[in-house]
Structure formats: structure tokens, C-alpha cells
Write a protein that binds this ligand. Structure first.
Ligand code: HEM
Length: 459
């Protein structure tokens, strides 16, 4: 029994290669070593698993677990009590607690204000004037998650919190900042002038705002409110103990972070890809306009071509390159190979989504492939799987569909950025795109409070 082979490059250089260009790192080593290879991309030895067969075996093997300790890198931002850092049995208990707002009636009830938030953002766009698409999508998805989590729609408290969160998230998303996530050795707080000291100060500012919100809600409870904070405040274990303020803060921060960046990036790719491919645009518009003015979220959710467009976007540029880490608790057989106990594994969503045996011409954006056949949950897994499958999956899909439909039916956009084609690029722990992708509205939207859209031609 031995670990699979992998690159001989020294560990630290491998980590730097992974940080600089994760796609090149995965593609090169996958080509050289196949669906299982041992690498140093997590800052420790870990086996990258790719392909539907490997992912299925990894996700379903009873001796392969998903311990929270493997997600230590997220601790400085999300905190030790975040769902992502919990292990069994606490992890399952917390998941059950967090699930209800992301399913069923509650989920559909978000439809109305997701559309209103989108329309409010669109009302800020000026015909003929370029806007940064990713920033606009982030503005929408952050407002959506802030409403779901805190019930806040507008007002000074919301604006202050939103600004503070964006500043904090950006500090470890771009350029050198993302190194702080993967290189704990850089995390030295030498006061407000040191880079990590500044990040920690911003973190404390955000935390103070979140704690103030928690305090305010403890002091003035309102059982009528249906936001996630209310749900967590009323939760208690068998002995009647509720969550502490620190536990609440960590869970809220987890949802705020996990719940907007991924969706904003996917929406940006979707808008780019749809407008790059006129036949896709035409077909999608024909489907959307056939729905009539009402835009019922449930009906929209089921539209086959819109679903195919969203799925193809998530296949081609899934914001999560890897699943969270998994670990073998005993010697296991994976893809016919004996793997020792205590081995760390990570599923490559990116490589699996580009397997030419499953997706012919995988580089091509072709939503039709999702209409021609069904893919197994291991062939297509943008939201991961097993015990850690994304809890925001249904919300993210609803958001993508509603926001896209609202924008496409409300305004005609054109590409403005000079650099084409748009290239994928690391952003923090996720895959996003080069910055500076802009579009401009050709026609303006008369924003209205009703669910009807009136489009006017701008001359
Ligand atoms: C396009 C949007 C999204 C994508 C592609 C995505 C993807 C993922 C992936 C790949 C995982 C890891 C699953 C695994 O290891 O098996 C995950 C976990 C998670 N996601 Fe998402 N996600 C998205 C949106 C959201 C939203 C909207 C929320 C919350 C509102 C959310 C909250 C979470 C949380 C809390 C976890 C950790 C689950 C756990 O530890 O049990 N995500 N997501």
C-alpha cells in the first residue's frame, strides 16, 4: 500500500505554482499522473481525485470522512465555530439547524425581493455607460444574503455593514492578499501598519457590527421576523442551551461569505458567455419572453434552457475548484488503488467538469449538452456532495435564474471590455475572472415596483 505518485517539485514551489495558476497546476499534473496524484496544493501532502468514478468512490466510502480540521485555512475569517470547521457529530446537528431557510416555502418566498434588489441595481446603470459586471453582481448577491441573514433591506446599518464586509473580503481576495489564506506563516499581527494587522483590524470592525446586530436582536426579540438570525437565536439544544454570541457570529460570517462571492462570480460568467454566443442569447430570450410578465419564481426555476445555461456556466467555470478536504479513516481502495489511513483527499471539480469522455469539446460553452443527456451527481458537481454538500445550492440556483431573467428581460447589454476573451483567474480561494470586465446597457429599464417590465429604447 502506498500513496499515488505525483510531481517531484519541492512542496513550497508546488504551493506557489498552485497559488499563481491553479488551472495549469491541475491540468499538467492530471495529464502526467491521471485521476489520482499526490501534490502539495493544500499546504500539506494531499491526493487530488478527479473524474466521476473517483469522486463517487470518495464521496460515498464509509471510511472517508470530511473533518472540519482540514478547513483550518478558513478559521481567521469564519471562526472556529463555523459550519465548515465543525466535525461530526456537531457538523450534522448544525447543518440540520441551518437548512430550513434554504429549502421549500421559505426559499420561494425570497423570489420577490431577489427581483426587487436586482431591479434597484439595474436602475443605477446608465444607458451607454460601462459598468463593472462583477461589482454589480456582487452588490446584488451581497444584498440578497444580507436580507436572508439579517432581514435588512436598506438603511444606514445595512450600508455600513455591507461596506465593511466588502472591504474585509477584498483584502484576502486579490493579488498578494490571497496568499494570507494559504500561507499561515505570513499571518503576523505587528500592529496597524503591518498587512495582517490591517486585515485583523478590519475583521474586528466587521465583527463589532455583527455583534451589535446580535445584541440588538437579543434585547428586542421579534418572533415575526423570518430571517436566519432569528432562527439561530431561537435554536436550543436538548438541554435548552442556545448558541453563544461567538457561535452566532461565526455562522453568520460563514453564510455571508459563502453566500455571495460564488453566486456573483457565476452570474458574471453567465452574462459574459450568453452575450458571447448570440444563438444562446436568442434561444434564452425566446424562452424567457414566453413566460409572460409575471415571472413566477417556481415556473422560472423549471425553465429547461435557462437551467441548461446556468448548469453549463457552472460546469465550465465553477467558482469552487476543489471540494473541501476529505480523509481516509482506514486503509481504503480508491480507483483500484490501496490508499493508507490518514490520507487527505480533495476532489477536483474543475478537472471532472472538463473530462472529454463525459463532455465532448469541454472548452466549449454549449448549454444544449444539458438538454441532450442527464449527468450523474458525480459527473456534474458544482456544489460538491456527500456530508458537506453546499447548503446554499437551491438558493444559488434560484438567484442565478431570477437575477439573469430580470436583467435579460429588462435591459439589452453589450460588451465593453477591450480584453477578449475573458480569462479565469484565482480570487482568494475561488476561481473568478480577470478584473475589469465591463458591459453597458443599450436600452434603459423603467424600474417599477410591480413585477412587470417595461423596456424603452434609448436613442
Ligand atoms: C454558485 C454558487 C455556489 C457554489 C458553486 C458553491 C459551491 C460549494 C462547494 C463546492 C462546497 C463544498 C462541498 C463539498 O466539499 O462537498 C460548498 C459548501 C458550502 N456552501 Fe456553497 N456554493 C455556492 C453558493 C452558496 C450559497 C448561496 C451559500 C449560503 C447561503 C453557500 C453556503 C455554503 C456552506 C455553508 C458550505 C459548507 C457546508 C458544510 O461544511 O457542511 N454556498 N459550496
Amino acid at each position: 500500500m502506498s500513496l499515488p505518485s505525483g510531481p517531484k517539485t519541492p512542496p513550497f514551489r508546488q504551493l506557489l505554482q498552485w497559488l499563481k495558476d491553479p488551472l495549469d497546476y491541475m491540468e499538467r499534473h492530471h495529464q502526467a499522473f491521471g485521476d489520482l496524484f499526490l501534490g502539495y496544493f493544500l499546504g500539506r501532502p494531499a491526493v487530488m481525485v478527479s473524474g466521476a468514478q473517483g469522486l463517487q468512490e470518495m464521496m460515498t466510502h464509509p471510511q472517508i470522512t470530511a473533518p472540519g480540521e482540514l478547513n483550518e485555512l478558513a478559521r481567521p475569517l469564519l471562526g472556529a465555530n463555523s459550519l465548515t470547521l465543525l466535525s461530526e457529530p456537531e457538523h450534522q446537528t448544525r447543518r440540520k439547524l441551518l437548512m430550513p431557510p434554504f429549502h421549500g416555502e421559505r426559499l420561494w418566498s425570497y423570489g420577490q425581493w431577489i427581483r426587487e434588489i436586482t431591479e434597484a441595481e439595474m436602475a443605477r446603470w446608465t444607458p451607454g455607460e460601462a459598468f463593472e459586471v462583477r461589482n454589480a453582481m456582487q452588490e446584488i448577491t451581497l444584498r440578497v444574503i444580507l436580507k436572508a441573514v439579517f432581514g435588512l433591506r436598506d438603511g444606514a446599518r445595512l450600508e455600513t455593514l455591507k461596506k465593511s464586509l466588502v472591504e474585509r473580503f477584498e483584502m484576502t481576495a486579490k493579488g498578494f492578499g490571497s496568499s494570507f489564506i494559504f500561507l499561515p506563516i505570513l499571518r503576523r499581527d505587528w500592529g496597524p501598519w503591518s498587512p495582517w494587522g490591517r486585515i485583523m483590524q478590519k475583521q474586528r470592525d466587521c465583527d463589532a457590527l455583527i455583534y451589535a446586530e446580535i445584541q440588538e436582536r437579543r434585547t428586542n426579540p421579534d418572533p415575526e421576523r423570518i430571517d436566519i438570525l432569528n432562527l439561530l437565536l431561537s435554536a436550543a439544544d436538548e438541554e435548552g442551551n442556545g448558541l453563544t454570541d461567538v457561535e452566532l457570529r461565526d455562522e453568520l460570517m460563514t453564510l455571508l461569505f459563502a453566500g455571495h462571492e460564488t453566486t456573483a462570480t457565476s452570474l458574471t460568467w453567465a452574462l459574459y458567455l450568453i452575450h458571447q454566443n448570440p444563438p444562446v442569447y436568442e434561444k434564452l430570450m425566446a424562452e424567457l419572453t414566453s413566460l409572460g410578465a409575471g415571472l413566477d419564481p417556481l415556473e422560472l426555476y423549471k425553465l429547461p434552457y435557462l437551467t441548461a445555461v446556468c448548469n453549463e456556466t457552472l460546469r465550465l467555470y465553477c467558482p469552487a475548484l476543489l471540494t473541501f478536504g476529505r480523509q481516509t479513516e482506514a486503509p481504503v481502495s480508491l480507483l483500484g488503488r490501496e490508499i493508507p489511513a490518514g490520507t487527505v483527499l480533495a476532489g477536483s471539480i474543475y478537472l471532472t467538469h472538463r473530462d472529454p469522455g463525459v463532455y465532448p469539446q469541454p472548452e466549449q460553452f454549449r448549454p444544449e449538452r444539458f438538454l441532450e443527456r442527464n449527468f450523474s451527481p458525480y459527473e456534474f458537481m458544482p456544489f460538491g456532495g456527500g456530508s458537506r454538500r453546499c447548503i446554499g445550492m437551491a438558493l444559488a440556483q434560484l438567484e442565478m435564474k431570477l437575477i439573469l431573467a430580470t436583467i435579460l428581460l429588462g435591459v439589452k447589454l453589450e460588451h465593453r471590455s477591450p480584453a477578449q476573451p475573458l480569462k479565469p483567474q484565482r480570487r482568494g480561494a475561488l476561481l473568478a475572472m480577470e478584473s475589469g470586465f465591463t458591459m453597458a446597457p443599450l436600452r434603459g429599464l423603467k424600474a417599477s415596483a410591480s413585477s412587470e417590465y417595461s423596456v424603452t429604447t434609448v436613442t
